[in-house]
Design a protein around this ligand. Structure first.
Ligand code: PGA
Length: 235
């Protein structure tokens, strides 16, 4: 099973970068590499209309209801998005999202025909205590087949402190052994990925792409990450 490389841009609560919608923008999928953008909700349709493969950064598990300020998977699908992030560590930390809640979001996304990207990852304390594998095991427990997983060690997100490629590879191999469709599942790395470190990470056998935050807001750096993914083959 050939796993196409995937580079995802998580713009978080930032405006869409200038020129994102240009014909030759770095945010368009390439011959060998899938590129997906995750804009803020208000920019979602602009990205769809520009012909970019677009995902939402979050979605509610219920179809509709009295949930002020929230957006459902159905609404995301209606807006033309195809992917959704579930369980990003900023949501787990800022809103206390639990594994059970995140599992219901993943299931709701699949039910709508959206592709969920489930984010997992340990904190620095958990790693220091040697608990990184048990944390990932808990976060993946009961997750259905058909998901993309992003391994994002919390200590590497937005810190400039990228994981060693060998350490990341070991965690990716572990994740692959746990997900139901391990051989075909795409597993992305996230956490301070840049044009400078992407090649090293993406060359690892079980790293199938990246979920990129800070560097995805700089079109040139993002283009370097996508370029690093070109020509890398996984099977
Ligand atoms: P970062 O963020 O690339 O800025 O570390 C990654 C993410 O949170 O998805």
């Amino acid at each position: 099973m050939d796993r196409r490389l995937l580079i995802a841009a998580n713009w978080k609560m930032h405006p869409a970068p200038k020129g994102f919608d240009a014909k030759d923008s770095a945010y368009r999928s390439m011959k060998d590499v899938d590129v997906i953008v995750f804009p803020g909700f208000l920019d979602l349709r602009r990205c769809v209309d520009a012909g970019l493969v677009t995902g939402a950064q979050w979605g509610h598990a219920e179809t509709n209801g009295a949930h002020t300020g929230d957006v459902s998977m159905e609404m995301i699908k209606e807006a033309g998005a195809t992917h959704v992030l579930c369980g990003h560590s900023e949501r787990r930390r800022n809103y206390g999202e639990t594994d059970a809640l995140i599992r219901s979001q993943v299931e709701a996304a699949l039910a709508q025909g959206l592709q969920p990207i489930l984010c997992v990852g340990e904190t620095e304390e958990e790693r220091k205590a040697g608990k990184e594998k048990s944390v990932i095991e808990r976060q993946l427990k009961g997750m259905p087949a058909g998901i993309i997983v992003a391994y994002e060690p919390v200590w590497a997100i937005g810190t400039g402190h990228v994981a060693e490629a060998g350490d990341a590879q070991a965690m990716h191999a572990f994740i692959r052994s746990l997900v139901p469709d391990g051989n075909s599942a795409r597993i992305l790395y996230g956490g301070s990925m840049t044009g400078a470190n992407a090649k090293d990470l993406l060359s690892q056998p079980d790293i199938d792409g990246g979920l990129v935050g800070g560097a995805s807001l700089k079109p040139d750096d993002f283009a370097n990450i996508v370029a690093a993914a070109q020509g890398v083959k996984k099977n």
